[in-house]
Design a protein around this ligand. Structure first.
Ligand code: ADP
Ligand code: MG
Ligand code: MG
Length: 206
């Protein structure tokens, strides 16, 4: 197996473990903002992703695309197509070898895929609010010439800050928009999941 595929596989397995560990925390947030299934959705999607056999010829880009398709197929709801689109688009632009500028470019494509699919802007209290600061951070790190590991650490922190910044936002997309009056003060579960994916990736790709 090509080393970058091994790193991507380890990243996806670690995501699956983290969603197993945090399923109730995510369901609880979605119980307040939506229908209470977000943790279960992500757990199911990444369990399916972790069970994929990418094949001997697969590149890291192929692996990410296969996972994106699995999420669309297995998860359903709002988050399946959104996280699936994110990984499909990001995978299609995935750089070999890994560079800060290359990962920035790939995640920027992924972000725009999510925004086009879900019609959410920054500030709508969605996964966009965790992902957009990650893309910004990587752009700044690429411009500053930061080494990959440092850039990924900074990106993970930017994602966590973006996740936390969803708390005071008023939900404008998805089921949470229907409960918008209840949404103030609660972190968006999809933003938590996006931050988990980015932080886990920083750990395994850096
Ligand atoms: P469902 O709402 O179908 O039950 P989930 O509970 O798995 O799906 O996912 C809910 C999450 O999806 C929200 O917390 C939010 O982050 C994200 N989300 C919903 N609609 C959108 C959208 N239009 N754009 C971006 N993210 C969205
Ligand atoms: Mg839900
Ligand atoms: Mg649902």
């Amino acid at each position: 197996m090509e080393s970058s595929v091994a790193a991507v596989s380890a990243w996806l397995r670690a995501c699956s473990q983290e969603f197993d560990r945090r399923v109730e925390e995510l369901n609880e947030l979605d119980r307040i903002l939506g229908d209470g299934d977000h943790g279960t959705n992500m757990q199911r999607g990444f369990a399916a992703a972790g069970a994929l056999d990418f094949g001997a010829q697969a590149t890291a880009a192929d692996a990410l695309r296969q996972v994106g398709m699995a999420l669309v197929k297995v998860v359903g709801g709002a988050s399946g197509p959104l996280f699936g689109t994110f990984l499909l688009r990001t995978g299609a632009a995935w750089p070999t070898p890994l560079t800060v500028a290359g990962i920035h470019g790939a995640l920027d494509v992924g972000l725009h895929g999510v925004m086009t699919r879900g019609k959410a802007e920054r500030g709508d209290k969605t996964i966009v609010d965790a992902l957009a600061p990650v893309v910004d951070s990587l752009a700044a790190s690429a411009a500053a010439g930061l080494p990959l590991a440092e850039a990924l650490t900074a990106a993970a922190l930017a994602g966590e800050a973006g996740r936390d910044a969803t708390a005071p936002m008023l939900a404008r997309r998805g089921r949470a928009a229907l409960k918008a009056d209840r949404s103030i003060g609660v972190i968006d579960p999809g933003a938590v999941s996006m931050s988990i994916i980015v932080s886990t990736g920083a750990h395994h790709l850096g």
